[in-house]
Ligand binder design. Structure first.
Ligand code: GAL
Length: 649
């Protein structure tokens, strides 16, 4: 459990560096990340490298005992490169080039840009790869940020055609897979296929799904090129990438396989403001963040990193980029940091050391104010450092009893054919996760092809393209399983299965979806469960089945049913019903469930149980009266946390 910070020596006069490094170490910081946007200073002109300043920065930081996360600067191709080679720019869906003057303007498919990235990665890797102060590498910065995964450039179009030729082998196979006979879309050759943009009305959904798959594989390829170089030039150092929150445009598990650990950038207040949460939630959790936002990503990135993960950027105060940017409640920076450690983070690194007085992020807090006085976030980081030192080490997180299957492809499929405005796979998955967490359960978030042995309960929020391999893994696990609506509703090509949804699941769970409808908010469907009425959200399936229902729609149709511990939902239940569904499957799996107070969440790590209060009012821990606390006590003030020994009075 170490702390880190993001630092930009190129933003500050050199005579501040040594003092910065000293103060970082004094505050209890061990890791410092540098370099991810510094290309224009590293290579001010084509082929002319200026290492002197970065050498001095590295020496200064290392001399203070800090370990360095060095980055490749490829998120910010400099002006001279863009001017010399404008073909490296991504094109948006309207076919317009992304302009210079912010960041991430490049196209993942540009071979020219890839060659430039290989060149700069080789250069930085050769310079610092074996430096004793450099302990880890970060590739690029936040792949996909600002909607930059998908490009419609000529390079992307050509890459897509090659990818399709590899996938389908013959254009006839592609025509069948996409159903191009519909609306006379048939192709005579792979070279005729364009990206699915600028069409009059919606493009072919199978075409779009393949474009998502292709774009995702381009990110994997791009990251792999850098990782391979760094592995060669920097032996023994870990390689990571800093992923984002609520971002699904490429398969993070696939990128993660080329990394030593995953990391992610945690901005709880910005995410609450920018995503689907209700006005009530946005106001109630204004300064704390929704209790499940950070945890959801911690558990996801633990999966992406195959057990190893960091928070690379932790919100330290108000950010600049959300619609509204409140300050965290005093204590929240400390609480977010402990929450990450409770979920198994190896390092929590704050963004950034000092607030920048210039350029785009002037209004983004740091651990220090622009006048170099320690800010609230900095004081709380120091507090955590002291507490960690007092506590000693903690065992890593063992596997949870519950797995939630996270499918990027499912999110793309729902986005391509939502059928109901606002029907987002990610939100459905998040709500199921929240329901598990409200019961005090720990959750592992895993890819659909994961080995599921050892899990007592598996939640598949929805797997539209349900594979035989996933079915076999579920079967082998012996777990209680919950499938959400739209599971098995598409073949891998994106067709409705010949035996109707849920396709291959029917062999194991005998239900058949004969019709689906979507409903505007407020229009139901109404779901009856043990005499109580609940609302479904946006979606209703008509099920044909001889199984006894566990809940019905108001016309008597099945809304929820089960067969030998495998459950199926024919709607997206509102939170109150979802709580009952999840409690039922958890009890069936023999898991201990708790009725936590609103805003309280738990997490086990090693022999400790942590409790966090996200509510704006005080709460109490659910610990036994004689619990032995190592942090806090039974009272949880707003932003408060506690940890006690499990089973040890
Ligand atoms: C992240 C990004 C950082 C910084 C930060 C501000 O998305 O990686 O470079 O922009 O947001 O919150």
């Amino acid at each position: 459990m170490k702390l880190g910070v993001c630092y930009y020596p190129e933003h500050w006069p050199e005579d501040l560096w040594a003092d910065d490094a000293r103060r970082m170490a004094e505050l209890g910081i061990s890791w410092v990340r540098i370099g991810e946007f510094a290309w224009s200073r590293i290579e001010p002109e084509p082929g002319r490298f200026d290492w002197a300043w970065l050498d001095r920065a590295v020496e200064t930081l290392a001399a203070a005992g800090l370990r360095i996360v060095m980055c490749t600067p490829t998120a910010t191709p400099p002006k001279w490169l863009v001017d010399a080679k404008p073909e490296i720019l991504a094109l948006d869906a309207q076919g317009r080039p992304r302009g210079f003057g912010s960041r991430r303007h490049y196209c993942f498919s540009s071979q020219t840009y890839l060659a430039e990235c290989v060149r700069i990665t080789e250069a930085v890797g050769a310079r610092y790869g074996r430096h004793p102060g450099v302990g880890a590498w970060q590739t690029d910065n936040e792949f996909g940020c600002h909607d930059t995964t998908i490009s419609y450039s000529a390079a992307a179009a050509q890459g897509f055609r090659d990818w399709l030729a590899g996938r389908y082998q013959s254009v006839d196979a592609l025509n069948r897979a996409w159903g191009t006979v519909f609306w006379s879309q048939e192709y005579g050759d792979f070279s005729e296929v364009d990206p699915p943009n600028l069409t009059v009305t919606e493009a072919n959904p199978s075409h779009r799904l393949d474009y998502n798959r292709f774009a995702s594989s381009e990110v994997v390829r791009f990251n792999r090129a850098q990782s391979e170089i760094l592995r060669r030039l920097s032996p023994g150092r870990d390689i990571t990438h800093n992923f984002m929150g609520f971002y699904t445009e490429f398969d993070h598990f696939a990128v993660g396989r080329d990394l030593d650990f995953a990391s992610w950038d945690s901005y709880p207040l910005g995410f609450l403001e920018q995503f689907w949460f209700s006005e009530e939630e946005k106001l109630g959790y204004l300064r704390q963040g929704h209790p499940d936002i950070s945890a959801f990503h911690h558990d996801l990135y633990r999966g992406v990193g195959r057990g190893r993960w960091w928070v690379m950027e932790q919100q330290p105060g108000p950010v600049n980029w959300a619609r509204y940017n409140p300050a965290p409640l005093p204590g929240m920076v400390r609480s977010w940091t402990w929450e990450a450690f409770a979920h198994g983070a190896e390092v929590v690194s704050y963004f950034r050391w000092r607030q920048a007085p210039f350029a785009q992020e002037q209004m983004h807090a740091g651990l220090n104010r622009p006048d170099n006085v320690l800010d609230q976030g900095g004081a709380e980081a120091a507090e955590v450092a002291g507490e960690v030192a007092g506590l000693g080490g903690l065992a890593p997180c063992g596997p949870a009893a519950v797995a939630l299957l996270f499918s990027y492809e499912a999110d793309w499929q729902f986005a391509i054919q939502p059928h109901a405005q606002g029907f987002r796979w990610l939100r459905l998955a998040f709500e199921m996760y929240s329901a598990l967490r409200r019961l005090g359960l720990d959750v592992d978030i895993l890819p659909p092809d994961a080995d599921l042995s050892g899990y007592a309960l598996v939640i598949a929020p929805s797997l539209p393209m349900l594979s035989e391999a996933t079915l076999a893994a579920l079967e082998a696990s012996g777990a209680v399983v919950l499938f959400g609506p739209r599971t098995g509703s598409r073949t891998p090509e994106g067709h409705i299965p010949a035996n109707l949804p849920p396709g291959p699941l029917q062999a194991r769970l005998p239900v058949r979806v004969t019709r689906v409808e979507s409903l505007r908010p407020g229009a139901g469907p109404v779901v009856e469960h043990y005499g109580r009425s609940f609302a479904g959200r946006l979606w209703r399936e008509v099920l044909e089945s001889d199984l006894a229902p566990l809940a019905t729609f108001s016309d008597g149709g099945t809304a929820w049913t089960a067969h030998s511990s495998w459950h199926y939902l024919a709607t997206w239940p509102e939170a109150a019903l979802l709580d009952l569904v999840i409690a039922r499957v958890a009890l069936e799996a023999d898991l201990p469930v708790l009725a936590l107070e609103e805003g309280v969440r738990l997490r086990r790590r090693g022999d400790l149980l942590f409790a966090f209060n996200f509510a704006p009012e005080g709460r109490r821990t659910p610990a036994p009266a004689d619990a032995r606390y190592v942090l806090g006590g039974p009272e949880l003030p707003p932003a408060g946390l506690a940890a006690w020994k499990i089973g040890a009075p």
